[in-house]
Design a protein around this ligand. Structure first.
Ligand code: F6P
Length: 476
């Protein structure tokens, strides 16, 4: 595509290590893929906290990408990251209104960091750069950039669910965020439902009107809203899984299993992932199917996440409580029903563990997409694949319709799905797997990045953009 540069902005920035490998994690891998097509700048938080606010980013050059990293202050981290982004927006967008904790101080900190990021980013931009902003931490960024005079095409991709208007409206500050979102030329969401929810929010809260094409008009601004389900690099996962026996962890796990069947779950330790609920469903499966005791092992990998936020400490306690109860009451000498680890593993090891597993248990209470579901499928042996059990509330369920789709709130349904998965014929497993693989190959991560950027490039930036916007941080 005829683009001089790509300017990506996200809260986390994944710098390749000495071997050129990027960190595990959906966003890092996906954005790494975008940079295989373009040269450019990746701007975001350094992950560090400094005593003084940074006015200029630290710049690191690696290959055709320039990484521009901003430190946050202690109050930035508390108010912007732990506060408004992860204690207010995250639970609300995952439909957990009861967990959402709004504070005006946090909201002001969120707007302040967006303002500071825009101020530091603007001098790095060139007039024909495509600007692509990611994730709920940075919704106000385009508004701030427009106020600084940027007329570039600016797109935003929302990696998490977008809730129904009635849910979003419970959170103070979201009307302003909707005004901010209208400053993007293109907004990408994971599913049609998310895209429809955002359209309804703009119409009901701001009186946006359709222009007759795919755009909505709000206060003189035009924004296009589309669904671009994020994909994986399925070829790479297939290759990693096929040669995973070189990993010590995978070989050890395979030996320890002996002839037991493996059920696997891999998630950040987050209440949206439904880990205690999943353990409860597995407990129910063992109670209802006593012949399976000692014949299956459930491995749950759950790296600790956002541990300064109280709700994350609470989910960690709930997981440990379920784990102790189940292993204590159902375990036997020589057999532990659930293996639980909080370490982070490289993608090559995860791919090998996925391939060993007869069942991939992916049952979030709500999830934007869930790339573990996709990677589990891509890692399977085509001749003898495992079975994916997938929550109907994960965005991936819109594409992976040949999975066993379950409601994660119903532990009897999930327990029955585990039994059905373990008993499924090879013929049915191959048939379901082929169906899912076709969708993963057609809509892989290169398709995702290419489709979004092509659509962003097609809609030329409107001259109105710089004229009408007064960012919230500059309003009295
Ligand atoms: O799923 C949303 C998301 O922000 C991802 O983009 C990111 O990789 C993940 O959550 C991790 O969150 P955090 O950066 O807070 O550890």
């Amino acid at each position: 595509m005829d683009v001089s540069r790509l300017l990506i902005v996200s809260n986390r920035v994944a710098i390749p290590d000495r071997t050129g490998a990027v960190a595990a994690g959906g966003l890092a891998v996906a954005l790494g893929e975008a940079f295989r097509m373009y040269e450019g700048v990746w701007f975001g938080w350094s992950g560090k906290v400094a005593a003084e606010p940074a006015s200029r980013p630290q710049v690191i050059n690696k290959g055709q990408v320039q990484y521009a990293l901003m430190d946050l202050t202690t109050s930035d981290r508390r108010e912007y990251y732990n506060g408004f982004a992860n204690r207010a927006l995250w639970p609300t967008m995952h439909y957990r209104v009861g967990l959402s904790d709004f504070s005006r101080t946090d909201y002001d900190g969120y707007r302040r960091v967006n303002h500071n990021f825009a101020t530091a980013l603007a001098p790095l931009s060139r007039p024909d750069d495509l600007v692509w902003v990611h994730d709920y931490h940075l919704i106000p960024l385009a508004e701030e950039l427009r106020a600084l005079g940027l007329v570039n095409a600016i797109g935003y991709f929302h990696h998490i669910p977008w809730p129904a208007p009635e849910v979003l409206a419970t959170l103070p500050g979201t009307t302003e965020l909707l005004r901010s979102i209208a400053c993007y030329d293109l907004v990408g969401l994971q599913t049609q439902r998310d895209a429809e929810n955002l359209r309804r929010c703009l119409i009901t809260e701001l009186g946006a009107v359709s222009d007759g094409s795919d755009a909505l008009e709000v206060a003189g601004l035009k924004t296009r809203i589309h669904c671009f389900p994020i994909g994986i690099n399925s070829n790479q996962i297939e290759q990693l899984a096929a040669r995973a026996n070189s990993s010590r962890v995978v070989r050890q796990m395979s030996a320890d299993l002996n002839s037991r069947r493996l059920i696997i779950g891999v998630d950040r330790l987050d209440y949206s992932k439904g880990i205690p609920e999943r353990m409860g469903a597995y407990e129910r499966f063992l109670q209802d199917n006593p012949d399976q005791r000692g014949r299956v092992t459930y491995l749950q990998i759950a790296p600790t996440s956002r541990s300064e936020v109280p709700e994350y400490a609470a989910v960690s306690r709930a997981v440990n409580e379920a784990l102790g109860r189940i292993n204590g009451s159902l375990g036997e000498p020589g057999w532990v029903p659930i293996h639980y680890v909080t370490s982070t593993y490289p993608r090559s090891v995860l791919a090998g563990l996925y391939r060993l597993a007869s069942v991939g248990l992916v049952t979030p209470m709500r999830d934007g997409m869930n790339l573990v579901a996709k990677e589990y499928v891509a890692a399977q042996d085509p001749a003898n694949p495992g079975v994916l059990i997938l929550s109907k509330f994960a965005g991936a369920a819109q594409q992976l319709r040949a999975a066993l789709i379950v409601n994660p709130n119903d532990k009897v349904e999930v327990a029955e799905a585990i039994r059905n998965a373990l008993h499924m014929t090879q013929k049915e497993r191959v048939c379901r797997w082929s169906d899912m693989m076709q969708s993963l190959r057609e809509h892989d991560v290169s398709w995702w990045a290419g489709a979004f950027l092509k659509a962003l490039k097609r809609g030329s930036p409107s001259a109105l953009k710089s004229a009408h916007v007064v960012p919230v941080s500059a309003r009295s």
